[in-house]
Write a protein that binds this ligand. Structure first.
Ligand code: Z5A
Length: 202
């Protein structure tokens, strides 16, 4: 799984990583959350819409509903066929965005994680200073003519807590996480990701 703040390069690198794995003879699927299955993509639209007020607990339940659908429709069938799954965000985003940043109780989130029932073999945290992360996503929004979504609209202090939340999770389980410096150029970040995957997953 690829995790981290906005603009860290997760979507771009997830696609590249899946292609790289395929080039080495390992079939791989790049997917994303919230989304990755038709029903989950519809839930995504509601979750990202800043005009639709939703409590943190309701956001949590919707993220998990989308994930349950994504796991059932996309992830488990892929794994059952021997296809590796490279996912842009997963349960750690709920732990960090809804738990650390929005104050939803960790016990409730872990109960929901149990219902999702699957955790990644390896989580790559793309780490970026908040200022750089915000610059990149603002530039991309300007290019596409898009407005900030619910999460992009959160303030810098919240994004700093999110960054720290991902780093704390990685520090607590170094065997299942690798922290990648996402401030380097696209190719340098990709090389570091590939090295981490090759080293950890063979
Ligand atoms: N969320 C949640 O709260 N709870 C959950 O359980 C889940 C998610 C699953 C989904 O938004 C939001 O949902 C997310 C958390 C919340 N919000 N935030 N913030 P999303 O999927 O639309 O957005 P995102 O996940 O934050 O991704 P992003 O902004 O699209 O960033 P990214 O995927 O990490 O980066 P990118 O799209 O590949 O690249 C962004 C731009 O930076 C683009 O113009 C690139 O060309 C550029 N870029 C990327 N890498 C580089 C490097 N290395 N150098 C220079 N420029 C670069």
């Amino acid at each position: 799984m690829l995790e981290g703040g906005e603009g860290a390069g997760k979507s771009t690198q997830a696609r590249r990583l899946a292609d790289w794995l395929a080039g080495r003879g390992t079939a791989a699927l790049a997917t994303r959350e919230p989304g990755g299955a038709p029903g989950a993509e519809r839930i995504r639209a509601l979750l990202l819409d800043p005009a639709e007020p939703l409590t943190p607990l309701a956001q949590t339940l919707l993220h998990v509903a989308a994930r349950v659908e994504h796991v059932a429709v996309t992830i488990r069938p892929a794994l059952a066929s021997g296809i590796w799954v490279v996912c842009d965000r997963f349960m750690d985003s709920t732990r960090v965005y809804q738990g650390v940043a929005q104050g939803v109780a960790p016990a409730a989130i872990e109960m929901l994680a149990g219902i999702v029932g699957i955790e990644p073999d390896l989580t790559l945290v793309l780490d970026l200073p908040v200022a750089v992360s915000r610059e990149r996503s603002a530039a991309r929004r300007a290019q596409l003519g898009e407005a900030a979504d619910r999460y992009e609209a959160m303030d810098d202090a919240t994004h700093a807590r999110i960054r720290d939340g991902f780093l704390a999770r990685a520090a607590a389980a170094p065997d299942r996480y690798a922290v990648i410096d996402a401030s380097a150029g696209l190719d340098a970040v990709f090389a570091e990701l590939c090295a981490a995957v090759a080293q950890r997953l063979g």
